[in-house]
Design a binder for this molecule. Structure first.
Ligand code: HPA
Length: 240
C-alpha cells in the first residue's frame, strides 16, 4: 500500500500485510495492521483498503482495536463490543468522505445511526456465553482521537463526559467508509489499559502494556471471531 517515500511507518504490532484465506470454510481477507492518521496518512488512504474490499464483494467488515477504558466498570483485558462511536475529528470536518462524493460507492449523506450491526452483536453475546468467560462481554461507545500521544487526564474526563466508554486512535474512518458503501460492520475493542481519570494516579499509559494485553487476549478473541465467522450468513438485504 502507498506510503510517503522515506516516511513509511509500520506501528510495532502491525505487520502491514493483507492475508487471504479461509476461516472455518468462509472466504476471508484480513488486514494484518492498518494505516493510522497519526502516521501521516490522509483519511482517504487510511480507508482505501475498505473500498478495495467493497470491489472484492466483501459483505461484512469486522473491525478490532486496542483501546483505553474510560468506563470505570471496565478492566484491562475486557472486550467491548462497539455499539456506537464518536467521530471526534469528524465533528469538526475531518471525515474520510469529505470532498466530492463518489456515487459509485454510496450516497452523499449516509446514515450512521445503524453503523454497528445489531444482529451480529447479539450473536457475539450468545457466543461469549458459550465461551464461559469470567468477565462479561461489555458493549459501549468508542471515541476516536488523533493520537499519537495518549490522552491527558482532562481529555479523558472530557471524553467520559461525552458518553464514551473506550478511547482509541483508529477504526472510525474505516467504519464510515464501509457503511457508506453498504458493507455490514461488526467491531470490538480490547481494553488494554485503563484511562487515567484521577490526578492522584501515578500510572501512565504506554504502548508496551497495550501489546501485552493484546497478546494475553489473543486466544479468546480468536475464538470469538472464528465462531462468529463460522456462523455468519451474508446480510439478507443486498446493499450492493
Ligand atoms: N488511548 C488511545 N488509544 C489507545 C489507548 C488509549 O488509552 N489504549 C490503546 N489505544
Amino acid at each position: 500500500m502507498g506510503c510517503y517515500p522515506g516516511r513509511c511507518e509500520v506501528v510495532p504490532g502491525h505487520a502491514g500485510r493483507l492475508v487471504f484465506g479461509y476461516l472455518r470454510d468462509k472466504c476471508c481477507v484480513m488486514m494484518q495492521g492498518r494505516f493510522h492518521p497519526y502516521e501521516g496518512y490522509p483519511l482517504w488512504k487510511v480507508t482505501f483498503p475498505v473500498r478495495v474490499f467493497r470491489l472484492m464483494d466483501v459483505h461484512t467488515l469486522i473491525v478490532t482495536n486496542a483501546a483505553g477504558g474510560l468506563n470505570p466498570e471496565y478492566k484491562v483485558g475486557d472486550v467491548m463490543l462497539i455499539r456506537d462511536h464518536i467521530n471526534l475529528a469528524g465533528l469538526s470536518g475531518q471525515n474520510p468522505l469529505r470532498g466530492p462524493n463518489d456515487d459509485r460507492f454510496g450516497e452523499r449523506f449516509p446514515p450512521m445511526s445503524n453503523a454497528y450491526d445489531r444482529i451480529l452483536r447479539q450473536k457475539a453475546h450468545h457466543i461469549w456465553k458459550q465461551m464461559e468467560q469470567e468477565r462479561p462481554l461489555q458493549e459501549g461507545t468508542y471515541v476516536m482521537v488523533g493520537g499519537p500521544n495518549f490522552e491527558t487526564i482532562a481529555e479523558c474526563q472530557f471524553l467520559q463526559k461525552l458518553g464514551a466508554d473506550a478511547v482509541g486512535m483508529s477504526t472510525v474512518p474505516e467504519v464510515i467508509v464501509a457503511r457508506h458503501c453498504g458493507i455490514r460492520v461488526f467491531g470490538f475493542s480490547l481494553i488494554t489499559n485503563k484511562s487515567i481519570l484521577d490526578y492522584e494516579s501515578l500510572e501512565t499509559a504506554n504502548h508496551e502494556e497495550v501489546l501485552v494485553a493484546g497478546n494475553l487476549a489473543a486466544e479468546k478473541l480468536e475464538r470469538l471471531v472464528c465462531t462468529l465467522v463460522e456462523n455468519m450468513q451474508p446480510p439478507s438485504e443486498k446493499t450492493f
